[in-house]
Each structure stands twice: as structure tokens, then as C-alpha cells.
Design a protein around this ligand. Sequence first.
Ligand code: ADP
Ligand code: ASP
Ligand code: MG
Length: 402
Amino acid sequence: MKIIVQKFGGTSVADADRLRNVARKVIKAKDNGYAPVVVVSAQGDTTDMLLEKAAEITDRPNARELDMLLSTGEQISIALLAMTLHAMGYPAISLTGQQVGIMTDESHTKAKIEDIERNRILSELNKGNIVIVAGFQGINCHNDITTLGRGGSDTTAVALAAALGAESCEIYTDVDGVYSADPRVVKEAKKIDEVSYDEMLELASLGARVLHLRCVEIAKKFGTPLHVRSSFNDQPGTIVREGIEMEKGRVVTGIAHNTNVVKITIKGVPDQPGVASRLFGALADREVNVDMIIQSASRKGINDISFTVGKEDKTLAVEVAQDLAKAMGAEGVEHEENVAKVSIVGAGMISHPGVAARMFKTIADTGVNIQMISTSDISISCVIDAEHTDRVVKAIHSTFIN
Ligand code: ADP
Ligand code: ASP
Ligand code: MG
């Protein structure tokens, strides 16, 4: 059996016409001899609407109940797509994460997939059914529904492709592939034909939400090639795979930006051993992902520590910082939500000196101040004032991509 996994995002399944369009792509694969396993997201902005409903009730929804709520979005899509396929004369069955046996850890709202049962899917495929799986959700050891974090349906798809030994994994979305920058921000952005797992990991982790970070991690681990393409046309998209040659002089592959950033600063912390360990240990214990960290130089035995987290972790992170500030006798805690992170990514930058300098000069020429900087082997990131994000991304794109 030649299994193909096809994943369709929220815009691609937003209404009946689009569901019929998706069904046609699935049917084409089936008619070409594939056994399709289809993963779908919630329709349109359903997940945002569900989050708003929770926010109308409390600003601290219980994580288990939030997962119960959010998982309903995908359940609507799978049933509707199954009905669409039936109406078009094809056998199909929808399955929730629980029905498939997508086992996750216990961490509600950002669960990690630990194991996937193959039997139910394989037996449905053997019966000739097209199998439609709810993305973004799983089940933990207590039989409770978990979700995988925003954008997590990509991860469901790739994990299924790896578990089932699928011949290919196609991620259908609302743009033609992975671009050199978010095509909604930079009109001149170019579609990238092929990109390595490592560059894609970096782009995804730095905010290019076209692929969920963990789906790229799983694809790399299992060597699953991904094809990111449009659900609205038949053009080839972007292949993400291992062993892309260091491209023909491509120094910077892409520019990513992320406005889901909060900068938290603990001011006037006594400069003593163990402070950073206590702070970041406490944040890790509460499962807060910390991104950039800066500690200012010590002045008269005190310094400031700034770090960034995602907006979803703001309340928790500020609380942890305030507790520590109190315990350490620090001056106080400030947080800044009007910030964004702009990054360049490219494997070629290791062998090309001066890339950072060109990036900083470009930002300087826009008159925007850089608040924090971080680097890895293949990326450089700067935190700036959020209101200048688009302008800075465009300027950096025109410096590095032509
Ligand atoms: P889906 O619902 O199909 O999962 P997403 O909204 O999660 O779609 O991801 C697709 C979006 O990612 C695009 O509409 C685009 O605005 C955004 N995006 C950000 N960076 C990039 C990039 N480098 N290449 C392509 N799309 C990008
Ligand atoms: N519906 C979820 C979200 O909006 C998961 C996904 O679309 O991948 O984040
Ligand atoms: Mg997505």
C-alpha cells in the first residue's frame, strides 16, 4: 500500500466550496493509486474564535478544559470533509486523535506526540476508506484530550507520515510554498524551491509560521521529505529535505519575523551566583519557553536581566519574575509587549563574514533601534519595536535577497 499524507490548513477548508476543492485533491491521489491519510485543521479562524469564547469567561482558562474546547474545531472539519467525499462518491471515515491513538505527554495546550497507534488507520485504509484525521489533537495517559500548540496540525501530519512510513507528506496551505519572507509582508518575496531541514527549522522557530516547528523536527528525525504547496493550484511548492547542497552562493535563505514576543526585564538584580539559574529554572518548571536572554553589565553590584517569551506565557512569566524579584530584593519587573523579533536565516552565513554587520547597518538605515541581538550558526535575530516590523523586514529582504 502506497500511503500519502495530505494536510490542509484552516483557510483551505474554510467553507463548503473549499472542502470540495480539498476533496478533489484527495480523490486525485486516491485515483492515482495512493491510500490517502488526510489531516485537517479547524475551519478558517475557528480556533481564534474558540479562544475568544474562553477569554470572555476567564483570562486563565484551565488548560485541560481549553484543550477540550479547542479540539472541537478540528472535529468539525473532519466530519465535513468525510461528508464531502461521500457526496462525491468516495468512501471516507473521520477519526479524532483519540480514535487514531495519537498518544501525547501530559502537557495541555503544548503537548508532544509520544506514540501513534497504526492499527485503526491501517485497517480503515485496507477497507478502501480515505482516512481523515483531526489535526492538532491527541490523548494523554489519563485519556484526556490534549492539543499540540498553535499550528500543530502540521505536526500531526508529519508524525503520521513517519509512523505509517508514508511515501510522501504534502502540506497544503494558502501560499505557494515557503518564501524568502512572509509573502503577505514582502511582495517581492521569492518562493524557495528546496530548503534543508536545518534552515527550515530555524525559519520555523524564528516565526515563519508556514510550518510548525515540531513538524520539521520530526521530518528531520525520520528523514521524511515534505512538500509545502498551495491548496488553490497545482504548482509545485517547496521541498524540505536533507542534503540540499550549499546553494549557489545563497548566503541568506530567508527572513522571518515574529510579533508574538513579550520582553520581560527584572531590574536591579543583585549580581550574585545562582540568580539566572533560579529564574530560568523556575520558568522551566512552569513550562515557559524562554527565547532570548540578555544580562546587563554589573553596575555597583546590581544588573538587569531581560528575556523574551511568547505572549501566551506572559502572565506566568511575569509572575515568576515578580516572585524572584521579591525574593532577591530586586528593584522590580517590567514587561514590554510592543516588540518583535526579526531574523535572517541561511546556512551560507557560516562561511561569509560581515553578514551581521550588513543586517545591523540595514536596520540602522531605517532609523530603528535594536533592543536585543542573538545569533546561532545559521541565523541572526534582533528585537525591535513592533510597529516598525514590516518596514524592517522589507529593508532586510532587499539587502539580502535579489
Ligand atoms: P495553514 O492554515 O495552512 O496551516 P498558516 O497560516 O499556518 O496556514 O501558514 C501559512 C501562512 O504563513 C501564510 O499565509 C503566510 O502569511 C505565512 N508565512 C510566514 N512566513 C512565511 C514564509 N517564509 N513563506 C510562506 N509563508 C509564510
Ligand atoms: N487549528 C489550530 C490552530 O489554529 C491548529 C492548526 O491550524 O494547525 O492553531
Ligand atoms: Mg499552519
